[in-house]
Ligand binder design. Structure first.
Ligand SMILES: Cc1cc2nc3c(=O)[nH]c(=O)nc-3n(C[C@H](O)[C@H](O)[C@H](O)COP(=O)(O)O)c2cc1C
Length: 259
């Protein structure tokens, strides 16, 4: 059976998982959600589909919820989701997805989380190289196990301990996410290369007089901060001294091609 993976990724962790999984599954295609989410109705390309994306404040990114609400799920027979996160859990994401699917009498057949390096530098710094490599190694093993279940159309959805609190925090985050971009700015190192505009998966950045301006439809994926070659983009003051990150096997072109 053909599988279509729909993915969203700011710094490449979820894209790397999508790429690795699509090699392991028979007849599998990975498609970026950012190319589709603005359509009025989204027709799935196969009966078996997967969603791969990062955890944002204990829940799904706003773009995932919008995408799912527009996806014509009636013809789908098997749905799985893989959430990448710094803590290794899935918050309330699987619950959120299931809630939408159940409206069309469908349910989540497979639900998994994979620990990957944290990228939320407004709150913490990037971890050591040893820890990054440990996460990548563990993720590889995890994907083997997940691929095996999905290949057999297995029914396995991991339990979510933080489902109710997580859903509440996620709702608060989603409400303010678009306009939360007022905390972004480019400092004096900005050389007008325009890469921030190109990597933004939702076209939220416009270059005006050579400098980026955020247009208040942000998803907070942080692609702009992490892919700026000058490290000139900041979110508040905390990011000034912190390291930048993207998955080492995912290039700036991979992220640009998401839209
Ligand atoms: C806005 C935002 C919120 C995040 N919230 C959480 C969180 O609640 N729990 C967690 O474990 N990781 C959190 N993270 C970390 C990401 O989920 C993690 O680094 C993910 O693998 C990034 O995937 P990507 O590279 O595909 O964008 C957050 C990251 C961002 C950008």
């Amino acid at each position: 059976m053909k599988t279509t993976i729909y993915y969203f990724s700011g710094t490449g962790n979820s894209l790397k998982i999508a790429k690795d999984l699509s090699v392991k599954l028979e007849n599998c295609e990975a498609i970026p959600i950012a190319k589709l989410w603005k359509q009025d109705v989204i027709i799935p390309k196969s009966e078996k589909i997967g969603l791969i994306f990062p955890l944002y404040f204990y829940g799904s990114p706003a773009i995932i919820i919008e995408f799912l609400k527009k996806l014509e799920v009636n013809k789908i027979n098997y749905v799985f989701a893989i959430i990448t996160s710094h803590g290794g859990g899935s918050g309330a994401t699987l619950y959120q997805i299931n809630k939408i699917l159940r409206k069309s009498s469908k349910h989540l057949n497979g639900g998994f989380s994979v620990r990957m390096p944290g990228n939320y530098i407004p709150m913490y710094d990037i971890t050591s190289k040893e820890k990054l490599n440990r996460d990548y190694k563990e993720a590889k093993e995890n994907i083997e196990m997940i691929a095996d279940i999905i290949q057999k159309n297995g029914e396995k959805v991991q339990k979510e301990a933080l489902r109710f609190v997580g859903n509440l925090i996620s709702k608060i985050f989603i409400k303010s996410v678009n306009k939360g971009d007022k905390n972004f700015y480019a400092d004096e190192r900005c050389n007008s290369c325009e890469i921030c505009e190109k990597v933004c998966p939702v076209n939220n950045i416009k270059i005006i007089d050579g400098k980026p301006e955020w247009q208040h439809k942000c998803q907070r994926c942080l692609a702009c901060i992490h892919f700026c070659p000058q490290e000139a983009i900041q979110y508040g003051k905390k990011t000034i001294k912190r390291k930048r990150y993207h998955h080492p096997e995912i290039t700036v072109n991979d992220i640009m091609n998401q839209k």
